[in-house]
Design a binder for this molecule. Sequence first.
Ligand SMILES: [Zn+2]
Length: 200
Amino acid sequence: MARYSPSVQNLITKLGSLPGIGGKSAQRLAFHILSLSKKDVDDLTSAIVTAHDQTVKCSCCQNFTDSDPCPICSDSNRDHSIVCVVESPRDVAVFERMHEYRGLYHVLHGIYTPLAGKSMNDITLPQLISRLSSSSEIKEVIVATNQTAEGNATALYISRLVSPSGIKVTRLASGLPMGSDIEYSDDLTLANALKGRITI
Ligand SMILES: [Zn+2]
């Protein structure tokens, strides 16, 4: 006999396919959803559908946005000569929270891991290269990928691709612990890593 009804099992399976949600969490979430009122469930599903429908990738920085170009790329008060390359939209939020960085961003949506079968076309590296080659404004690219082996390899790869164009490529200073994600660093550590960035 099935442990749960087909509809409940389907919900658990779908929730369990989300990143970071294991089997137990999926069951907990499913039963929490079942305990909600019809209105709360409608609000939740509508929030998911609306966000999905209205969100596009900014054609300039590739971050998720409701308007293209995004508010950061279209802000003339920001420094358009610096582009900070990050792995995910969550990293942009971390930099913005710090209030120390006034340049632009480029969101890779992943990391270059050829050994895991991920090519540069699986992330937004081609878009970065074409953005840099079509802009005379950009003078520096700060590679702020996570301090992991893959993050460092991606930084070197970007440096090799970009440096011949004369654009300076820098990396956040050490101080961020090896293996750590930008997402979990505190504002002061990140601000210091940004200030002490080194050319690669
Ligand atoms: Zn943008």
